[in-house]
Design a binder for this molecule. Sequence first.
Ligand code: ATR
Length: 272
Amino acid sequence: MTDRYAVVGNPIAHSKSPLIHAEFARQTNQDMTYEAILAPLDGFAKTIEQLKRTGYKGCNVTVPFKFEAFLCATSKSERAEIAKAVNTLKFEGDEIYGDNTDGIGLVADIERNLHVPMSGKSILLVGMGGAAWGVLSPILRQSPKRFILSNRTVAKAVDAARILSSLGQDTEIAAKSFEELKGEHFDIVINATSSGLNDEMPPLPSGLFSEGSLAYDMMYGRITPFMAFSEKEGASKISDGLGMLVEQAAEAFSVWRGIRPETKPVIEKLRK
Ligand code: ATR
């Protein structure tokens, strides 16, 4: 029997996940379907219950339900526990396994596709909303030399830095205001704020980019003000988040199917 999967969100019509998973399924000969499902804003848990009852094997979860998905899961991966958010659910009998593949997707895009290793590097993460929380522990697990968290509301970065520090690694971890970034230099600067949605960017100081540095915006589909700023500031490599989108999907696919599809042809297809 064909296995059924879906992505659940609100809104959901714009989602590229059905296309991506259809490509993965075709490529790996998996007998499965994957559709987009709109859940009412006050009806996420009910929607999940219904999917489970009607025999779905799992689903992806997107905005604004990643925290509710975390609460629905009966067991979770470590990265989901730290993110306090889940983007992948796997239904196993009465159990619901929750994972968060956003961070590992970001790491895969930066290291494998953009050929920028994170180990030993100085990394700045800007923004401390849901998108940023999802990538914290996977970045730390790559053992950067420094991992600096910066956010308009600094208290959120301070909280995140405290939690990361308790994971006990050699990386120097600190929270800073945008103002305090003056005079600092980084090998990788990641914009995880939602500012690009409004054609804005965080007020970052000039001079952040070291030689050979990467500027990465987790948004995709257009050149954001952060990407334009990074180019003017002399970042060597500039990327949007399309690769991350495909890589997080590949990780979710492998959680469900035990096989990791090729991402490169799918990224190329979406770019076109
Ligand atoms: P998401 O799920 O996309 O992360 P979110 O949880 O609403 O969305 O978080 C949005 C993030 O973008 C926050 O870190 C927010 O900063 P605050 O915590 O200070 O609100 C940040 N953000 C949004 N617009 C911004 C802007 N114009 N300048 C700087 N930061 C911005």
